[in-house]
Design a protein around this ligand. Structure first.
Ligand SMILES: Cc1cc2nc3c(=O)[nH]c(=O)nc-3n(C[C@H](O)[C@H](O)[C@H](O)COP(=O)(O)OP(=O)(O)OC[C@H]3O[C@@H](n4cnc5c(N)ncnc54)[C@H](O)[C@@H]3O)c2cc1C
Length: 369
């Protein structure tokens, strides 16, 4: 988010100095590096569909560099969820997506590896959905920003300093002070503690999510990113597959230091519904597991983007709740427009702004896996 914002600022004509402060230039623990890096137009919130369409256009323009594979998402529904799914597909298509609603027979014909016994339908993205290389995306933004004269400073922000209604500087743990006219909070899952001392209660917490990489006796060709009725996700990756599932609530803690994969999830929660839905995956061989942090917005599972109400030069670009990498081009552009022009010029991102947080009025995004 920081790099895309910096790059977009230059695109919007901002000529002043820009500094991205990053505590770990290896990005090893960043959500971006640990992401499943998939993009979909299937959301509950129409604005997110539009943000994804911009992300997809960006990825398509750099398809080879980003290893963008437009394999589609398949969101499965049981009979109880079928009517709501059809309504969502209509909304998504009205917002510009290209999603087909397949009935049970259509699912069985197109995806013969699925057990469709308990399904009513599935929504399949025909375009603008798939997966890509998160490193390539980050490298593109970072290299572009550097080329455009953006400075990258290695250091950990300890404090954001303010005077009256304006933020004045970021202070690093080594005491260095970086003065600013504008400050964008793009510290992912770790954004809230940065603004808490200013009396700003940003509802963003780290939530650990484990991903498993595995081989299975099934070709990846024609296999989409599947969101199952059980809550699991699975998609092809290289010669095998990756997938995951949310931990049960009692194990879903906010520990910013914990990035140990939850191996027990495999047998407790992931594998049984996976083998039910895709019988060929009864036999799977796990090759690797890793964990990253979702930057969960506890208000409504949606990002917080744009200016704070009291500190007008403090902007947020965080809390993307596990679906942010695909929105980095649209979010960075929006923040840059706000700084350079004082208003959003392309997509109006104000529904994702601070006002709803201050008012406690959620813009609930329910499609979170
Ligand atoms: C397992 C997993 C799967 C995911 N799958 C998808 C997906 O399929 N599609 C999708 O769109 N999204 C997905 N996401 C979410 C996506 O990765 C994030 O929404 C996105 O990467 C957030 O980017 P960011 O720049 O806000 O945060 P980050 O990438 O975490 O970057 C924040 C940076 O801030 C730095 N930082 C933090 N605190 C400080 C400080 N005090 N001082 C200096 N630097 C600091 C960190 O080191 C980090 O590099 C997934 C996430 C995970 C964990």
């Amino acid at each position: 988010m920081g790099s895309f914002t910096a790059l977009a600022l230059r695109d919007e004509g901002f000529r002043g100095p820009i500094t991205v402060i990053e505590r770990d230039p290896s990005y090893a623990r960043s959500s971006t590096a640990l992401s499943a890096a998939s993009i979909r137009t299937q959301f509950d919130t129409p604005l997110l569909v539009e943000m994804s369409l911009h992300g997809a256009a960006f990825l398509r323009a750099h398809a080879r560099d980003m290893a963008f594979r437009e394999g589609g998402y398949l969101v499965l529904s049981d009979p109880a969820g079928a009517e709501a799914r059809a309504g969502l597909v209509a909304m998504q298509n009205a917002a510009g997506a290209e999603v087909a609603l397949l009935d049970r027979a259509g699912l069985a014909a197109r995806f013969p590896f699925l057990n469709t016994d308990d399904l009513a339908c599935g929504a399949f993205g025909l375009r603008n959905e798939g997966w890509f290389d998160p490193w390539a995306l980050l490298s593109h933004a970072r290299a572009g920003a550097r080329k455009a004269g953006v400075a990258y400073l290695t250091g950990e922000v300890a404090e954001i300093r303010a005077s009256g209604a304006a933020v004045t500087a970021a202070v690093l743990t080594d005491g260095q002070e970086v003065p600013c006219d504008w400050c964008v909070i793009a510290a992912g899952a770790f954004s809230a503690p940065l603004v808490a001392p200013l009396g700003v209660d940003l509802p963003v917490v780290p939530k650990k999510r484990t991903a498993f990489a595995f081989g299975a006796p099934l070709p990846g060709d024609g296999f989409p990113m599947i969101f199952d009725t059980s809550g699991l996700w699975v998609r092809p990756e290289g010669a095998g597959f990756i997938g995951g599932i949310q931990p049960p609530a009692e194990r879903d803690l906010h520990d910013p230091d914990d990035l140990e994969p939850d191996h027990d999830l495999l047998l407790d929660a992931f594998w049984p519904p996976l083998a039910h839905r895709i019988p060929a995956m009864e036999e799977l061989r796990v090759t690797r597991a890793w964990a990253g942090h979702y930057e969960m917005c506890t208000l409504d599972q949606n990002a917080v983007i744009g200016p704070h109400d009291r500190f007008g030069n403090l902007l947020f670009c965080c809390g993307f709740s596990g679906h942010g990498i695909q929105h980095a081009p649209a979010a960075g552009r929006g923040v840059a427009e706000w700084i350079a022009h004082g208003a959003y010029r392309t997509l109006d991102l104000s529904p994702l702004g601070w006002r709803r947080v201050a008012a406690g009025e959620p813009l609930l995004e329910g499609m979170i896996y």
